[in-house]
Write a new protein. Structure first.
Length: 211
């Protein structure tokens, strides 16, 4: 027959361990989200610098450099969209991790607060059938918590692996019709932006009319 005096302290210890594991998982998810945000900010910053560089190149008559800058800017804009999606996924994983950690922490606090009362009641009841059933229920709950934490950590690991693989395989696919069409669209966009920059540069260089 299981005695609550032995079962409950062990359950508290196991649950406390799961809280620690959940805190580590949340920290890992938080680091992933911060990394995704940093990569997005870097891509946006570089795209802005390329725009400024293209304008400077055109003012100095270096259309070749301006075209190269705009071409890279258009490519970066596609990357930025992917970075935004990566950030959304990592933030969702962080929210899930935080939810699990909060739930575990609340369960641990409740268990700690009630342990003494449960033990006292079990002693008064003679550690009978109800005490044994309660012990089994506690263990089932702990196993469920374990599965939640393990599943959540596995999801974060899988997401990071997916992002790494996607990063390594960018550009590795054969050029399809869709890709050729996208290439034409990019070329058209590059020309449009160059014309816009030329127009702004020309307007800025025109002398003011005398009154």
């Amino acid at each position: 027959m299981e005695e609550p005096e032995l079962v409950l302290p062990q359950l508290v210890k196991e649950l406390a361990g799961e809280v620690v594991a959940a805190e580590k998982a949340e920290a890992k998810a938080s680091a992933s989200a911060a990394g995704a945000q940093r990569k997005l900010d870097e891509a946006i910053g570089r795209a802005n610098r390329l725009q400024q560089g293209a304008e400077l190149a055109l003012r100095q008559g270096r259309q070749d450099i301006a075209r190269e800058a705009i071409t890279e800017q258009v490519r970066l804009e596609e990357e930025i969209e992917k970075r935004r999606a990566d950030l959304a996924r990592t933030e969702a994983a962080l929210r899930d991790a935080r939810t699990v950690r909060v739930q575990l922490s609340e369960q641990l606090k409740k268990l700690e607060d009630r342990s003494e009362a449960i033990i006292s009641r079990a002693r008064a009841a003679g550690c009978g059938k109800r005490g044994r059933n309660r012990g089994r229920a506690g263990r089932d709950t702990t196993r469920s918590i374990l599965e939640q934490v393990a599943g959540m950590e596995a999801a974060v690991d899988e997401e990071e692996t997916t992002l790494a693989i996607a990063s390594e395989t960018v550009g590795a696919e054969d050029v399809s019709l869709d890709e050729r069409l996208r290439s034409l669209e990019r070329e058209s966009l590059i020309e449009q932006r160059l014309e816009e920059i030329r127009a702004r540069t020309k307007m800025g260089n025109e002398p003011e009319e005398e009154g």
